[in-house]
Write a protein that binds this ligand. Structure first.
Ligand code: HEM
Length: 278
């Protein structure tokens, strides 16, 4: 070995396709996903959770702006070319139902990423969008997945960076950690779409049909119905960090003063939502 150089790590190519844990390990080392990131996510989950209702509304508002993405909520496919129900809107029953799952998924992103189960669920979410693991298959083409993940990352980053009271070092740690998780989620989507490693197909895990929100027979999105803060009907005009409207009083009679000392208030997330709604 050349003095001063580090030993080269061996990565088994076949493992990347046939062993999820090995793939996650490789991504973790490549991205330097360390205990610092885990600590940041656990510590910062309270801030991200407060953003969830606003993020969910913004994401669905975006997905309903295009016929090609909106049609997935009626036909379960983005490649169907027929007409789309023009009445589908942010508060249609099937959209409210889907919002509940996205809220629960984002809450799951705020849980402990040091367990394999955390990544297994992200992998399952990827798998179900390529027509597998569901009795009624869902087909969402990758272009929309990549765009949507980037949109979610952008929204979270902007909201965290514009938090009025978080210290800059905390913001940096949280933005870095959540960015890594989202990029691993991106890989766990891409893995089901790309044909790399096709020669190992027979040895890849074969998905079984499962109910929504379940992983290996266990309910994984525990808080679908029982997290009131995550079930807010609409986050329009609501502070993404407190869930309160500017005039709303809290339990102690106070109002949201979180952003009062800042020039642009909570406008970043809320404004992008309202400007899009025009
Ligand atoms: C990019 C980020 C995305 C994430 C993180 C995501 C996440 C999820 C989750 C968590 C579920 C339910 C999971 C479960 O059963 O446990 C789901 C289902 C679904 N997703 Fe996505 N999704 C994404 C993108 C999209 C896009 C771009 C579309 C449409 C264009 C879409 C359409 C759907 C539909 C229609 C279902 C319902 C599936 C069913 O009823 O079985 N998703 N998604």
């Amino acid at each position: 070995m050349i003095p001063g150089s580090r030993p080269m790590k061996h990565i088994d190519r076949k493992d990347l396709y046939t062993n999820l844990e090995a793939r996650i390990q490789y991504l973790h080392t490549f991205l330097d996903f360390s205990s610092n990131d885990i600590e940041a996510l656990i510590w910062g989950s309270k801030y991200i959770k407060q953003l969830i209702p606003a993020i969910v509304n913004i994401v669905y508002h975006k997905l309903l702006q295009y016929d090609i993405t909106a049609r997935a909520f009626e036909t379960r496919s983005t490649s169907y070319e027929g007409p789309v129900d023009p009445n589908l809107h942010d508060n249609s029953p099937q959209i409210l139902h889907r919002k509940m799952f996205l809220r629960a998924y984002l809450a799951k992103l705020c849980s402990d990423p040091s367990t394999l189960e955390f990544w297994e669920y992200l992998d399952k979410v990827g798998m179900m969008h390529v027509g597998r693991g569901r009795e009624h298959p869902l087909h969402v083409e990758y272009v929309h997945i990549g765009a949507c993940l980037s949109f979610i990352q952008d929204t979270i980053t902007e909201a965290l960076l514009s938090h009025p009271r978080l210290r800059m070092d905390k913001k940096i740690a949280l933005v870095k950690a959540i960015g890594k998780v989202i990029w691993v989620q991106n890989d766990l989507f891409a893995k089901w779409y790309v044909r790399d490693g096709e020669e190992f197909r027979d040895e890849m895990e074969q998905p079984e049909f499962e109910k929504e929100g379940y992983l290996n027979g266990k309910k994984i999105l525990a808080d679908i119905e029982d997290a009131p803060a995550l079930n807010a009907k609409s986050a329009a005009g609501v502070c993404p960090f407190t869930g309160k409207g500017s005039g709303d009083a809290d339990a102690t009679g106070g109002t949201c003063g979180g952003c009062a000392d800042k020039d642009d208030d909570c406008k970043t997330v809320v404004a992008s939502q309202t400007s899009e709604a025009k």
